[in-house]
Ligand binder design. Structure first.
Ligand code: X2X
Length: 364
């Protein structure tokens, strides 16, 4: 009898073993609970400071998660077929995992981000830092969280400057009828119309060809972008007027973020903050005295190829114009009506909070 029962027992036992094996194989083992690749949207190419910040973020995340999280930067808005303003929408949906993105491009989903595009509102690094570290920054991050976006850290593109092919820009009259390529965000159209220019909306991906072919007479972007695209090939004149700030935000799809274990969240957050600090310093180097050059040298062992952006532009025969207080006031006056339309869209309270945050610095 015993001999007869043995095969039955053996069969049951092997069936159990089989189930156990299936269970074991289907349960997530370390490394399996994460995606093979997390896609990071980047608007510009890898040679830009912004692009270098993206690479740094990916590298630090790999390091701090012991290789468990692999981020792949997709440069030139390739995940969006160039449509940079769709970034936040697609990260919110989870089609794209994460982004290191300009607040200008995020503004299509988070109107509060237009705060940074109010002309001649924030024009020093101190003011900008006071905002991003203060209540203003927290409120912008809260607005993102309400839209399925998990903000992790601030980065920077820089204060935007204007370049052109025809003549120096010193007064609003110098912009009359000038075809200026602007990003497709509506506040930019308003600003340039008030300045008497002829703004042309264009994705960054199409902009270089437009400069090459002379389809536009000018454009506006921060110093780091001007160097990366070698703007002197197309434009001879640049005016440093710090007319608006362009911070970046590193952010993640919120639903996906919430599924990460705490230690992974912490590691990614640390990586984002560190990459943001590095990237900000790249964009500010040579524009804030020695501060950013020293941060790069001492904290990141990084030496700048172009430690003085203005000097590099001059070396390439560009005429670099800076404006007096009176000259700036004329541009300020011409763009004042933009506030009437845009402050309500941004939120009156947020604009007031920003003013308070900036006053803190003046009192220090
Ligand atoms: O399109 C631009 O000008 C750029 C690259 O600066 C932004 O993404 C806002």
């Amino acid at each position: 009898m015993q001999i007869n029962r043995m095969p039955g027992r053996t069969a049951a036992a092997s069936l159990m073993m089989c189930f156990a094996m299936i269970l074991l194989l289907s349960s997530p083992c370390p490394g399996r609970e994460f995606k093979k690749e997390y896609k990071l949207q980047v608007t510009v190419g890898p040679n830009f400071y912004w692009g270098q910040g993206a690479a740094k973020f990916a590298e630090l995340v790999a390091e701090k998660t012991q290789g468990r999280i692999h981020i792949k930067p997709y440069y030139g808005s390739s995940l969006l077929q160039g449509a940079q303003l769709k970034s936040a929408q697609l990260v919110a949906k989870g089609v794209i995992d994460c982004a290191i993105e300009s607040t200008i491009n995020i503004s299509s989903v988070i109107p509060e981000c237009n705060l940074f595009s109010l002309p001649f509102f924030i024009n020093t690094f101190e003011n900008l830092d006071q905002l991003t570290r203060g209540q203003t920054g927290r409120e912008i991050f809260d607005a993102m969280k309400k839209k399925q976006l998990m903000p992790l850290a601030w980065g920077e593109n820089g204060f935007r400057q204007i370049t052109g092919s025809a003549h120096p820009i010193q007064a609003p009259a110098d912009l009359t009828g000038m075809k200026v390529r602007v990003v497709g965000s509506p506040i930019f159209i308003d600003i340039y119309r008030h300045l008497g220019a002829d703004p042309v909306n264009m994705n960054w991906g199409d902009a270089i060809t437009a400069f090459q072919q002379g389809v536009v007479d000018g454009q506006e972007n921060p110093a780091g972008v001007l160097l990366a695209v070698q703007i002197w090939q197309y434009h001879r004149y640049v005016t440093f007027w710090n007319y608006l700030a362009d911070p970046l935000i590193i952010y993640w799809n919120q639903r996906q973020w919430e599924k990460f274990p705490k230690d992974i969240q912490q590691a990614i957050e640390e990586a984002a903050r560190e990459a943001g600090r590095f990237e900000k310093a790249l964009c500010r180097a040579g524009l804030d005295g020695d501060t950013s050059v020293n941060i790069l040298k001492n904290e990141f062992n990084h030496t700048m190829a172009h430690p003085d952006p203005m000097a590099t532009l001059k070396q390439h025969d560009m005429t670099v114009t800076t404006l007096s207080k009176e000259q700036l006031a004329a541009f300020q006056a011409a763009t004042r009506p933009v506030y009437e339309k845009w402050v309500p869209k941004i939120g009156k309270t947020l604009v007031e909070t920003a003013k308070k945050d900036m006053q803190q610095i003046e009192r220090q």
